[in-house]
Write a protein that binds this ligand. Structure first.
Ligand SMILES: NC(=O)c1ccc[n+]([C@@H]2O[C@H](COP(=O)([O-])OP(=O)(O)OC[C@H]3O[C@@H](n4cnc5c(N)ncnc54)[C@H](O)[C@@H]3O)[C@@H](O)[C@H]2O)c1
Ligand SMILES: O=C(O)C[C@H](O)C(=O)O
Length: 339
């Protein structure tokens, strides 16, 4: 009893209270986890964040206390479920990033996480729809191809869905693609900007190497494509049962969040990031969400870039991705619509 009360009072405490009006309240849900902690550390460095609100079912008071000693200007608060912790974490939020959920172990697909993560994401989305219906929602929790439709359906049910403000975070795929291509072509990562479209799992991850400006042998294309599509498996295998990518994901999640902050808070123009959003590109094929490069603006999605020119090999990859994506999206949607 004493311990619970003590945790609650610490949990509600906000630290380092300097704020700026030209900055946003950003919540990280799952903030005490493998991604959540380094992501929160990276976001603590942003001058475009006035309040970093950390929520998890455990341990956020400690994470918040620790981060609050960093002398950047944002306030940090830590919240757990006690005493309306989720409501407090979310109220007034401009951006909510969701890495809450279980990660893969070797031998699992991302879809194998659905049974656990679908309800976690549904419940967090329900709270967002109630307490910060206008916030931009950035979904990291896997399987992204299904969890993004879950958030959409929850927001639709609550009558607050704005497709311009819902993003599946696929940034790690382009981060990996850039790194892997830079190694093969012996160029800097700035010289290896790779467009990746589709979704975020296996064959739904479609790198468009032909648009990179580099030339590749057929073997290089096949090897790079496979490595980009299954890069997550490399990390899962190397971590040997202790989780999946956390540090590179924190880097990628911070990159996307910072780009959105630049577009929404700082008014920067021509901010483009790849992301899995509601899109017309394959809507006729029944694919409601699709990742392409997206221009971000003050209200979130400003302009969805077309796929552009692809070669026959890439067209084959797209043809394999579309039916898989359709099934993943339908599964997420059905989880809410029939509930
Ligand atoms: N989109 C991507 O590119 C990408 C990349 C890497 C990992 N992921 C996914 O991100 C998720 C998290 O990975 P991780 O390595 O950080 O896992 P983790 O287990 O280290 O951390 C997850 C955190 O979520 C918390 N949590 C669980 N249920 C919660 C709830 N209802 N409310 C709030 N918090 C809750 C846990 O307490 C834990 O701290 C996984 O689903 C993983 O597959 C996605
Ligand atoms: O591979 C995973 O399960 C985590 C993540 O989706 C990744 O791409 O690293």
């Amino acid at each position: 009893m004493f311990a619970t009360r003590q945790i609650s009072s610490i949990a509600k405490r906000a630290f380092s209270t300097s704020t700026s009006s030209n900055a946003a309240k950003v919540a990280v849900l799952g903030a005490a986890g493998g991604i959540g902690q380094p992501l929160s550390l990276l976001l603590k460095q942003s001058s475009l964040i006035s309040h970093l609100s950390l929520y998890d079912i455990v341990n956020t008071p400690g994470v918040a206390a620790d981060l609050s000693h960093i002398n950047s200007n944002s306030k940090v608060s830590g919240h757990v479920p006690d005493n309306n912790g989720l409501k407090e974490a979310l109220t007034g939020c401009d951006i909510v990033v969701i890495p809450a959920g279980v990660p893969r172990k070797p031998g699992m697909t991302r879809d194998d996480l659905f049974n656990t993560n679908a309800s976690i994401v549904r419940d967090l989305a329900t709270a967002c729809a109630e307490h910060c219906p206008k916030a931009h929602i950035l979904v990291i929790a896997n399987p992204v191809n299904s969890t993004v439709p879950i958030v959409a359906e929850v927001f639709k049910k609550a009558g607050v869905f704005d497709p311009k403000r819902l993003f599946g975070v696929t940034t790690l795929d382009v981060v990996r693609a850039s790194r892997f291509v830079s190694e093969v072509k012996k160029v800097t990562t700035e010289e290896a900007k790779i467009t990746v479209i589709g979704g975020h799992s296996g064959v739904t991850i479609v790198p468009l190497l032909s648009q990179s400006g580099h030339s590749f042998t057929e073997e290089e294309v096949k090897a790079l494509t496979h490595r980009i599509q299954f890069g997550g498996d490399e990390v899962v295998k190397a971590k040997n049962g202790t989780g999946s990518a956390t540090l590179s994901m924190a880097f990628a999640g911070a990159r996307f969040t910072n780009s959105l902050l630049e577009a929404t808070v700082a008014g920067k123009k021509n901010v483009v990031e790849p992301t899995f959003v509601k899109s017309e590109i394959f809507a006729k094929e029944g694919v409601e969400f699709f990742a392409t490069n997206v221009e971000l603006g003050p209200n979130g999605v400003e302009k969805i870039h077309p796929i552009g020119q692809v070669n026959a090999y890439e067209q084959g990859l797209i043809d394999a991705a579309v039916p898989e994506l359709k099934g993943n999206i339908a599964k997420g949607k059905a989880f809410i619509v029939k509930a």
